[in-house]
Design a protein around this ligand. Sequence first.
Ligand SMILES: Cc1cc2nc3c(=O)[nH]c(=O)nc-3n(C[C@H](O)[C@H](O)[C@H](O)COP(=O)(O)OP(=O)(O)OC[C@H]3O[C@@H](n4cnc5c(N)ncnc54)[C@H](O)[C@@H]3O)c2cc1C
Length: 327
Amino acid sequence: MSSSDRLVVVGAGVSGLTTATVLAEAGAHVHVIADEVPGVTSLAAGALWGPYLVEPKDKVDQWSQHSLQVFRELAIVAGTGVRLCSGIDASRHAEAPPDWATTLPDFRPCEVSELPPGFVSGYRVTVPLIDMPVYLAYLQSRLEEAGGTIGQRRLRTFDDAGPAAAIINCTGLGARDLVPDPALYPIRGQHVVVENPGLTEHFGEDTGPSPDLLCLYPHGDTLVLGGTAIDGSGDLTEDPATAQAILARCTAVEPRLTRTRVIEHRIGARPTRSRVRVERDHIDNGTPLVHNYGHGGAGVTLSWGCAADVHQLLSERACGRACSALI
Ligand SMILES: Cc1cc2nc3c(=O)[nH]c(=O)nc-3n(C[C@H](O)[C@H](O)[C@H](O)COP(=O)(O)OP(=O)(O)OC[C@H]3O[C@@H](n4cnc5c(N)ncnc54)[C@H](O)[C@@H]3O)c2cc1C
């Protein structure tokens, strides 16, 4: 097969690796080009399934449901980093649960007695919880097993990708310069990873518009504590004061954290825009370009659904010779 018959996926975060895997397993010759392997923002995610604060709603519902199905299947496969985890989302105010939560089979509202002191409403759900370093390594090996290849370098323009039947843009925040797309902006997030003192359930607080979040995600021996959501900041340097504040917030709801040891800090910038962008385009020389970026704080949740839409867009005959392997 000549290099002009290959599909080039730009980006090796959760969007790029998932999309590349779907295309390679469908029989296409796939090459991934990325600056970071894997993407730093994807590594920083907690990561709990949940379609929070992303639009457009109809597509987000469809993408997240598709991913939910795939994650349920991955949860019974050893070594994927995915498991189904029961836990509570709670609020210090009387809040109704989001619609998507109430449709989950084991959803139930909590009694106040089940909640930490100071919380007045909450609900319990069982959802996929994903250990991102393990999961991204799993995706990378699954892609390579399907014949996909990865080259680490930064592109200045899509033309730098070299010969390709089609290019798939999964560059997260990188799309701001590469497309360019000035509508894309960062929301900084910081997590502290600690030794797990024995937690098995997830916990999250509905903190409304506050930049200070509160979440606890147990992954076996480690526990990811969050977090923050700083609008407009793409600064990825660790902030010790923020880490201390996260530890204090989490310890206030989970006293077992009092003497836990900090293992590492993970910082990422959620690639945010008013609507996730999954659509067909082309570059100046006519090569088809399919965008898959702008997933904000829900890129893991949407990953399999968006990848399936990219596959669909490339399989449509309008994509021409480019995607003959997929038609
Ligand atoms: C603290 C935090 C917590 C989160 N928690 C959750 C959660 O619980 N659930 C959930 O669903 N989501 C969560 N998210 C959101 C999720 O992490 C993101 O939506 C997702 O990681 C975006 O993935 P991506 O692959 O699109 O981008 P990225 O992971 O940023 O990957 C982009 C890739 O493109 C490459 N790239 C960019 N520009 C170029 C270029 N010019 N040339 C070559 N390569 C380039 C990069 O090197 C990288 O490989 C969280 C995010 C953060 C920061």
